[in-house]
Every structure is written in structure tokens, then in C-alpha cells.
Write a protein that binds this ligand. Structure first.
Ligand SMILES: Nc1nc2c(ncn2[C@@H]2O[C@H](COP(=O)(O)OP(=O)(O)OP(=O)(O)O)[C@@H](O)[C@H]2O)c(=O)[nH]1
Length: 283
């Protein structure tokens, strides 16, 4: 899924999600723990409406633990239960059903009061591209919950995956658009991978990333790229990294594009360290 969101696409996504939400008791909003504000869909409150919602800060293994705790507290204080998760390693995933049951409780009581048979809480995942919706679904529902969308000739409707803890999970996540138009947000979406590389200026984005890292975590660059004195100009820093790695083009010119790709890959992979690019509004 690419990030080319146009008004038509957004309207279609919104309609689809609205339709699916009719079947849902609890919404699971997946965000990226490294950018908990920028990775939220701007209209999520309207879209999820009055449905109880759990915020999942995914990729917590790549984020700064202390800041993740602050973000979780912040969301809780603002009335949204939140949990930090690493969908790769699985940390935090097992806590999710408990939160969902709590959020389902009022509706469950209502169903019981009207004499209906108890049933599992029905949930669906919502989030912008690349926050880890699919991996989270697989982790929560278990290995056997293989998706079938690539099987030729199979027309899929919405399917439900059974999840331990008396839950049912819609197998297809709702993909929502990210915040568009704000430069700082776009930068954060680009470095974390929510925006595809083909559509941003790699050198500029990595330059901004190096600027941020040099300001907040200079030791991470010094240690990784063995550069004692960090040049102030990010483009010079990029060249120093390229030179250190031996990335030269014909004529002895440093291949700074290759250096930029390396830095981005290592940042995204957590090799430079665990970073969170934004803090909650209140401390
Ligand atoms: N380190 C780490 N990587 C993760 C985690 N969750 C997802 N990823 C990686 O992030 C990338 C995107 O994961 P997906 O599950 O495909 O994300 P998605 O939200 O379904 O993506 P779209 O289909 O584009 O909407 C993949 O490379 C995953 O391996 C996590 O908790 N930790």
C-alpha cells in the first residue's frame, strides 16, 4: 500500500471503514511508537466515533522506552487506554485482550441485560500504512491465522479470526491516510517508513534526520560511524559517513546517496539506537 492519498481515496477508505465499523465492538488503533502523534490519522476521532478504542503503540522495540511510557500515560490521562507493543518479538501483545475485554464490558452487560447470548468482543484494526497492522494481527491471532488474500480465485469478504481471550478480529485492517501537508509530520512519516522512498527526497530527509540525531543523540552517530567531530552541516556529515564507509564514486567523489540509504536503513532497523521523535504535549 502506497501513500498516494487523494480525496477520492480518502473518501473511499472512510466509507469502507464506516461500513466495517457497524460490526465492531472495539477499535484497535495502531500507531508507531516512534512518532505517536504523527502516525495517527487526523480524523480518527470522527471515524472511530463513539466506539471504545484501544491505542496500540507498535514498534515499541524501536522507540525510546522512557518516552513510550510517557506516551502511554499521556493517552491514558486523555481517556484513551493505551498499550506499548512489539509485534516482531511479541512483547505487550498478550496484554491486549485484557484491555479489550475491559472496553467491551459495558456493551457485554447491555447485551446480557437484553437477554442476548454472550459473544466474543468483535474488534478491528485501524491505522495508517506501514505501522505494522498486518504483523500485529498475525501476532495477536497466532500463526494459524494465515491470510488468504493472495489465493487466486478467492473472493474474500470480511473474515473473522479467533483470538484467545474471547475475541474475534476482523482479518482485514482498515488503512487510513496519514496527516498530509505538514512538513515536520511528513519528515517523521518518511524516516519511519510510512511514506515510500520513491516519493521523497532521500538526501533531504536523511539530512534532516542527521540534524535531529546530532542534536539529540550525537553519540549514536559518533559510535556507529566512528566520527569524533560531527560537522554541523548535515550534508557534510553525510559525506563524512560515506567516506568512513568507503562509498566512493568514480573520480573519488563520495557517494552520499548510498550513505543516505545506509543511514536510513540503519535508523529504521534500530541499529543506531531506539529513538522517539516526538514528545507528548504535557510532561
Ligand atoms: N521492529 C519492528 N518492526 C515491525 C513491527 N511491526 C511491524 N514491523 C515491520 O514494519 C513493516 C510494516 O509492517 P506491516 O505489518 O506490513 O504494516 P501494515 O500497517 O500492515 O502496512 P500496510 O499494509 O502498508 O498498511 C514490516 O517490515 C514489519 O516487519 C514491530 O513491532 N517492530
Amino acid at each position: 500500500m502506497d501513500i498516494q492519498w487523494f480525496p477520492g481515496h480518502m473518501a473511499k477508505a472512510r466509507r469502507q471503514v464506516k461500513e466495517d465499523l457497524k460490526l465492531i465492538d472495539v477499535v484497535i488503533e495502531i500507531i508507531d511508537a516512534r512518532i505517536p502523534a504523527s502516525s495517527r490519522n487526523p480524523d480518527i476521532n470522527q471515524i472511530a466515533g463513539g466506539k471504545p478504542r484501544l491505542i496500540v503503540l507498535n514498534k515499541a522495540d524501536l522507540a525510546e522506552p522512557a518516552l513510550t511510557r510517557r506516551w502511554v500515560d499521556y493517552f491514558k490521562k486523555t481517556g484513551s487506554p493505551a498499550v506499548a507493543v512489539d509485534s516482531h518479538g511479541g512483547r505487550g501483545v498478550r496484554e491486549v485482550p485484557g484491555y479489550i475485554q475491559e472496553l467491551f464490558e459495558p456493551k457485554k452487560a447491555k447485551l446480557a441485560a437484553s437477554g442476548r447470548r454472550p459473544r466474543p468482543a468483535r474488534c478491528m484494526i485501524l491505522g495508517i500504512p506501514n505501522v505494522g497492522k498486518s504483523l500485529f494481527i498475525n501476532k495477536l491471532a497466532g500463526r494459524r491465522a494465515a491470510r488468504t488474500e493472495n489465493v487466486p480465485g478467492v473472493t474474500r469478504g470480511r473474515q473473522w479470526l479467533k483470538v484467545a481471550g474471547d475475541l474475534e478480529l476482523m482479518d482485514t485492517p482498515g488503512i487510513l491516510w496519514p496527516k498530509l501537508g505538514d512538513e515536520l509530520v511528513s519528515f517523521r512519516l518518511a524516516v519511519t517508513g510510512a511514506i515510500k522512498e520513491e516519493i521523497f527526497d532521500l538526501n533531504a530527509v536523511v539530512g534532516e534526520l542527521l540534524d535531529w540525531l546530532a542534536g539529540h543523540h550525537p553519540e549514536s552517530i559518533r559510535e556507529r560511524y566512528k566520527i569524533d567531530e560531527l560537522p554541523e552541516d548535515p550534508q557534510q556529515l553525510l559525506e563524512a559517513i560515506g567516506a568512513q564507509r568507503g562509498y566512493y564514486q568514480a573520480g573519488g567523489v563520495v557517494d552520499s546517496l548510498k550513505a543516505a540509504k545506509t543511514v536510513l536503513k540503519e535508523f529504521r532497523g534500530g541499529i543506531l539506537g531506539r529513538f522517539t521523535l516526538e514528545e507528548p504535549a504535557e510532561s
